[in-house]
Design a protein around this ligand. Structure first.
Ligand code: PRP
Ligand code: URA
Length: 208
């Protein structure tokens, strides 16, 4: 399933990120904020339960505190995925975070895994996070790496994708729901998303 998270606030912030004149600080802020906004959709179906813990309201009423039924693991793909993690964590402070190191060879566009560490949690929802879904190779490998470690409940949260990448992920991992803020048009000859926002990692970390 593909969900495009459409919201006027996301649309406006995405323009900031697409603008080539936007500096790294504003770029990072907009990315983090969009990640927070997208969280409402990505976690919309997670159920809660009432705990034994009691809270008392200023109006003198006692209520059972709610807790999410699911333990959440955020699994950003390095580097650019890091830029979305704090935005999601602000919404779910109890989420644990792992890291998946994958980079895309600039010539072949093929992904290479160089690091993998997820926290040990029983039966979690693992959200693989990366702002860019281009050929889909990185996301496919990241999800395969997560599955290889025995996790089964997995979602993919990206910012901008293209039909080619979405299709590739859906074919390789039909059980994984994909969330995007925007479905862009296509890739250019260098594998960059059009209109896109350039190299997300470079813009977040100021490496170019
Ligand atoms: C970018 C992006 C994705 C990947 C998407 O990372 O953050 O991980 O490319 O492309 P794909 O869908 O064609 O695989 P990159 O490989 O540039 O690594 P970086 O974050 O270290 O810059
Ligand atoms: N990775 C990026 O950072 N940007 C793109 O447009 C495609 C892949």
């Amino acid at each position: 399933m593909l969900t495009i998270v459409k919201h006027p606030l996301i649309e406006v912030k995405l323009d900031i990120m697409r603008d080539e004149n936007t500096k790294a600080k504003e770029f990072r802020e907009a990315l983090e904020e969009i990640a927070s906004l997208m969280s409402f959709e990505v976690f919309k179906d997670i159920k809660t339960h009432e705990t034994e813990e009691i809270i008392k309201t200023p109006t003198g009423i006692e209520l059972h505190k709610h807790r999410l039924d699911k333990k959440i693991i955020l699994a950003p793909i390095l580097r650019a995925g890091i830029g979305m993690v704090d935005g999601v964590r602000k919404m779910i402070p109890t989420a644990r975070t792992g890291h998946i190191g994958i980079f895309r060879d600039e010539e072949t566009l093929l992904p290479h895994e160089y690091y993998f560490k997820l926290p040990k949690v029983e039966n979690p929802l693992v959200v693989v996070i990366d702002p860019m879904l281009a050929t889909g190779g990185s996301a496919i490998d990241a999800i395969s790496a997560v599955k290889k470690r025995g996790y089964t409940d997995i979602r993919l949260m990206c910012l901008v994708g293209v039909p080619q990448g979405v299709k590739a992920v859906q074919t390789a991992h039909p059980d994984v729901n994909i969330y995007l803020a925007s479905l862009d048009e296509k890739l250019n000859e260098k594998g960059y998303i059009l209109p896109g926002l350039g190299d997300a990692g470079d813009r977040i970390f100021g490496t170019k």
